[in-house]
Design a protein around this ligand. Structure first.
Ligand code: TXA
Ligand code: MG
Length: 346
């Protein structure tokens, strides 16, 4: 496995690896992806093998320009109203943390989409990623570059630790700017639905195309939808889980937590941490491990530090993490979704 920093030379080299059927882990603005040529079924199969990922789990097709949609998606299956909405979203929110589920064209092999007739497409908001995709032929299928069910990687080192030699190359582009995965929006039926909350807040989507539904079900809901025959992994309870047991709490529960010295606290902002700390009287002699996602209480900053902080806490060999739920503004919904899944609450 080659581990290289992003540069014009390493991007060229990575594109060669992709073109010859190899796997390249690459940075995006959300999390690192494990990429393969989206038109090469054998290369795609290697992604599932490397991640230990069930075959029923479809990949996101990363594209370098919205023009590729004409090739890789079958837009003629959309009605004119949906097409209008698609163009609005693509024009205003791409490049960016938004994956659009659309009917796929014949060119995308079934293994990329778990046999579904639809595929998720995304034009990522990181120049190096777009250059790589373009050099590699225009379409790179990539899930997050972590072993199945584990925390998503926001740094190249996380990929190296999680997947190691299973990737042919890891491109290091530094820490991911956004730090949670893209929002997945299903545009294949009349009712447009968010399948996974993520880096694009719902309000931004609704400003452009009007109201959309929340289609991210709990595991319980998923059991009651036999017709679709398909559960998005975002809907599996244990997804995005750290190894350390984690429970979530809301601000009001903060004073009743049965913590022990050596447990870790993950607070949203400094005021919450301070309130909790001041309530400890008398002060305990042994300390808890304390992290604050965003001292000033900004959900964008909190999202960018979420997985990174969970990776770090995982490495500290503590017995438990107590994580505070965050306000629902901005990326709050995506953060709480990942925290609840980490807590295996579905
Ligand atoms: O930010 C991201 O989206 C990152 C970076 C690498 O782009 N990628 C990522 O991929 O998170 P992955 O494979 O870990 O998650 C893809 C999500 C899954 O929840 C999957 O079920 C959903 O997208 N998805 C993909 N294709 C779909 C389809 N045809 N229908 C419904 N959901 C789909
Ligand atoms: Mg993933």
């Amino acid at each position: 496995m080659e581990f290289l920093s992003v540069s014009p030379e390493s991007l060229k080299r990575a594109a060669e690896v992709l073109r010859s059927g190899g796997l390249v882990a690459f940075p995006t603005e959300t999390v690192y992806g494990l990429g393969a040529d989206a038109y090469n079924p054998a290369a795609l199969a290697r992604i599932f093998e490397a991640k230990g990922r069930p075959r029923f789990d479809p990949l996101i097709i990363h594209i370098a320009s919205s023009g590729t949609l004409e090739d890789a998606a079958n837009l003629s299956l959309l009605n004119s109203e949906t097409r209008r909405k698609l163009f609005l979203l693509a024009e205003n929110l791409w490049p960016g943390p938004l994956s659009l589920v659309l009917p796929k064209s014949e060119k995308i092999p079934g293994i990329a989409t778990a046999g579904l007739s639809t595929a998720a497409f995304r034009l990522p908001g990181l120049v190096a990623a777009v250059e790589l995709i373009s050099l590699a032929g225009g379409a790179v299928a990539a899930p997050s570059a972590n072993p199945f069910g584990a925390l998503s990687p926001t740094r190249a080192e996380h990929v190296r630790d999680g997947l190691g030699e299973k990737a042919d190359m890891i491109l290091d582009g530094g820490p991911a700017r956004i730090g949670v995965e893209s929002t997945v929006l299903d545009m294949t039926s009349e009712k447009i639905k968010i399948l996974r909350p993520g880096g694009t807040p719902k309000e931004k989507i609704e400003e452009l195309i009007g109201s959309v539904q929340d289609g991210f079900f709990t595991a319980e809901d998923a059991k009651n939808t036999p017709k679709s025959g398909f559960i998005s992994p975002g809907q599996l309870k244990s997804h995005y889980a750290p190894r350390t047991p984690l429970s979530v709490f809301s601000e009001n529960d903060i004073f009743n937590l049965p913590w022990k010295p050596g447990d870790a606290f993950l607070f949203f902002d400094s005021p919450s941490r301070n309130t909790w700390f001041e309530s400890l009287s008398p002060r305990p002699s042994a300390k808890a491990v304390i992290r604050v996602l965003s001292p000033s209480g900004n959900t964008l900053e909190a999202a960018s530090r979420l997985f990174e902080t969970l990776h770090e806490l995982d490495s500290l060999k503590i017995s438990r993490i107590f994580a505070q739920l965050v306000p629902l503004e901005g990326l709050g919904e995506a953060i709480n979704d990942r925290l609840r899944r980490a807590a295996k609450l579905g």
